[in-house]
Design a protein around this ligand. Structure first.
Ligand SMILES: Cc1cc2nc3c(=O)[nH]c(=O)nc-3n(C[C@H](O)[C@H](O)[C@H](O)COP(=O)(O)OP(=O)(O)OC[C@H]3O[C@@H](n4cnc5c(N)ncnc54)[C@H](O)[C@@H]3O)c2cc1C
Length: 285
């Protein structure tokens, strides 16, 4: 099937993009970034936007830079930009590990980091990264700019705090301290498929025990989130089997898993424990 008719807009600046969005948002105008999610759903006519605002000609949105204690990722930065570490510390290495799990190479050369965040698929790897590390999303409209913390941004399956006339101009990730240990583990049935469950963990070790633990899950619930009981099971304990198994059990008990035609909630709950434990083991290796 071909997409329903739409009017194409190609702004050259952020100001022009948000001014166009302000005009067309009420008529289901949408931002077009990499098109790797939007175009397929238009081809299936699951979405029939009357206007597309293509941001690929806005040079200012291609920014990828470390600014102070943040990695700033502009709206046109492709997944493939992270194939090699974009900074020298644990964050750069973590992103380079995670990106390999997103779709396939050709899709990674087109799809954008911010497009994934705006699309908010429950099984998006970048959404999990944003939730786990406490990203800030910068949303701009003709009315101004606001910064939305990750904990307030993801609202459900493909639902976010972004308003129809808002452009996600950039996402800011905190640079992780050099001694941060990170682990990421994803399970899917075939390479390149969306995850059935995945865990991202990060912690530091101070005085032989775990400090500042972060445990977040994706693909399990409608949106990714940090799991406080799993983090509590780690804090102040020596990194190792006993703490990791306690955290995995706490994570499995804490989730309210999605269910679909092929994957039951109980299967996802069990998977939650496994991916959490494996991510923790990876961080400790
Ligand atoms: C076969 C296949 C497999 C895939 N596997 C995975 C996978 O394993 N993991 C994964 O995470 N993704 C996967 N994807 C999706 C892919 O990563 C997309 O690139 C991503 O979800 C969306 O980014 P995009 O730049 O292509 O956005 P688009 O498709 O252009 O847009 C997606 C949605 O976000 C909105 N949007 C985009 N950018 C902005 C912005 N800056 N501000 C406001 N709204 C915006 C659009 O209006 C649209 O509603 C897969 C896609 C395909 C086709």
């Amino acid at each position: 099937m071909k997409p329903a008719p739409f009017r194409y807009h190609a702004p050259k600046s952020i100001e022009e993009a948000v001014a166009t969005l302000a005009e067309v948002a009420g008529e289901d105008g949408r931002v077009l970034a990499g098109g790797q999610s939007l175009v397929p759903i238009m081809a299936f006519r699951l979405a029939k936007p009357a206007h597309l605002v293509d941001i690929n000609g806005v040079a200012a949105l291609a920014r990828l830079a470390v600014e102070g204690d943040k990695l700033v990722i502009g709206a046109c930065v492709r997944h493939a930009a992270f194939h090699k570490p974009v900074e020298d510390g644990p964050l750069g290495r973590l992103l380079a590990k995670v990106v390999r799990h997103i779709a396939h190479y050709p899709i990674r050369t087109r799809g954008t980091f911010c497009g994934s965040i705006a699309h908010a698929d429950p099984a998006s790897e970048w959404c999990l990264v944003a939730a786990a590390l406490g990203a800030e999303m910068v949303a701009r409209s003709a009315g101004g700019t606001r910064t939305i913390p990750a904990a307030d941004f993801f609202r459900g399956i493909m639902t976010t705090a972004l308003k129809e006339d808002e452009l996600l101009t950039e996402v800011r990730l905190p640079i992780l301290p050099a001694d941060t240990r990170c682990g990421f583990y994803e399970f899917n049935r075939r390479a390149g498929d969306f995850a059935l469950g995945m865990a991202l963990v990060a912690y530091r070790v101070k005085g032989g025990v775990i400090a500042e633990p972060r445990v977040a899950l994706g693909g399990v619930e409608p949106q990714p989130r940090r799991i406080a009981p799993a983090e509590a099971a780690l804090a102040g304990r020596a990194p190792g089997k006993a703490a990791f198994e306690a955290a995995a059990a706490a994570a499995a008990a804490a989730v309210d898993p999605l269910e679909d035609a092929v994957t039951s909630a109980e299967y996802r709950r069990d998977l939650t424990g496994t991916v959490t434990r494996r991510a923790l083991e990876q961080a400790n290796s």
